[in-house]
Write a protein that binds this ligand. Sequence first.
Ligand code: HEC
Length: 556
Amino acid sequence: MKSLLHTAALALVLQAPGIAMAASPLEGKVSSAQEPVMEGVLVSAKLKGSNMTTTVVSDDNGHYAFPDGRLKPGQYDITIRAANYELPPTTAQIAAGKPTTLDIALKKAVDPSTQLSNAEWMESVPGTEKQRQYMEDCVDCHTLERVFKSTHTSAEFMEVFDKMATFMPGSVPGHPQTVNGAAFRRSGTAAAKKSQADFLASVNLSGDREDFRYQFKRLPRPKGRATRVVITEWDLPREESHPHDVMLDKAGNAWYADFSSQYIGMLDPKTGKVTDYKLPEPKPGAPTGALDLEADKDGNFWVSMQHQTGLVKFDTRTKKITHYPVPDEWQTLRTQQAFVAPEYAHIDGKVWTSNQDQRTILRLDIKTGKYEDFGKYIDANGEQLGTYGIPADKNNNLYLLEFRQLVKGDASVGGSSIGFIDGKTKEYTVYPTPTPEARPRRGRVDSENRLWFAEYRGNAIGMFDPKTKEIKEWKLPTKWSGPYDVMMDKTGAAWTASMMTDQVDRLDPKTGTWVEYLLPRQSNIRRVWVDDTQARPPLWIGSVHGGSIIRLEPLD
Ligand code: HEC
């Protein structure tokens, strides 16, 4: 029997366009011996043999319900995510036109260290702010679980740091990539490394420690609005899929650029079918993998080729690939085109990119295929600016987001500014972020030409208004979120996602209120993309370490 309250909750959800809740194919209550009514438990259903998992979240009555039309008949594996709880293997049989009720009883997790997000590790380990900040850059390639569950001594950690510094971007434990094993980044001075190694060896499982000597601090489960969401996740079939940037084409297909191998791929969300397209590999022996995926006005995709160098234009209609190589005489072993900005190339026929090796800005003339070298820029502290994301504005001017950590003696200092290059006059201006060492990472301009960007260390969303020349910041509610990118949707909500918390954050900048949605499993999200063709725009993201494409549909 459905309670009155439960019917009222369904009626509310019913109003969401495109998501019919009239007759849920699968619904029930979530409880445990400790908590008879459990709000904020993620319940996932995966049809046996399919690559698609649908997830809903239990409400304040402990009730979950999958929307009508989202689970076709068949046998489903049911899994959950709730900190400190687990569900024994469970299946559900869905028959056509016949709603199924499945009440779910959770058990306390035997091992409380399972399902811990990177941010929960950061918050749990006893250490100073600086000691923990050092770990921010370890999550690019793998989880922190790998670090804290290791048995390394301090001396061994010194070697681990040097080894990690040889791994190039696009490396993951299944696919380590180096350039002849040489150091790629500085791993710090001996003194700095020693103090960090001592710290890590004091909080991992080294020596005779069989268990952690500290309590795990878990993030609270989703509540209220954060439970009103449907999350669909498609596993990519190719092993070693690392979808970094995801966006839709004009026909509604989801495209991704692979961070670790030379592919871009297309998911048809209607069928779940994935088609991969091989990118050129012009620099044999150099690390593989692409990063930035952007569209020009005509809907063609542009991809930054990282260490394979240059830019690629992909015609989504004809599937023709055009490679724009960087001149040989500019190339070193480490030439790296990490980003590309073609969105406003129709203004002047130019596409921006960067060379991470030298931290220089390049601009491609599409007609001639020639690159112009804009050289290096200076940040708000008078140092060379370490650019990461390079979003263009509507006049095809360029923003430079200063993400870099600068090693200065024993200290490492995070980027504190955004730069701006006028595409016509080449005039350059630098704007300091209100939060020092905010480490601006990626972003893009909105319909009003304001720049929205993520502050990775600032743990905030930033907005630069070119009219007032001021930067505003909104801090994320959860510490160590490590936001990577921001995109504003047509309703005025700003979206970001986390490399650390497995959460997606939605901000109403007018009221400063946030909704934090939890994802069904460990994910590590980079680029965010909203589908503004829908009345209530869903968010599309790639789970870089999970090898999947995710759509998150808010219900209110
Ligand atoms: C650019 C990618 C990258 C970054 C950044 C990175 N790692 Fe790794 N890490 C790897 C790869 C690839 C492996 C697996 C290959 C191997 O172990 O040689 C690995 C494995 C490990 C392991 C397990 C293997 C071992 O030797 O014990 C530990 C511990 C580790 N990393 C610690 C760290 C720490 C601490 C940081 C941050 C200071 C870090 N990693 C940053 C790529 C990276």
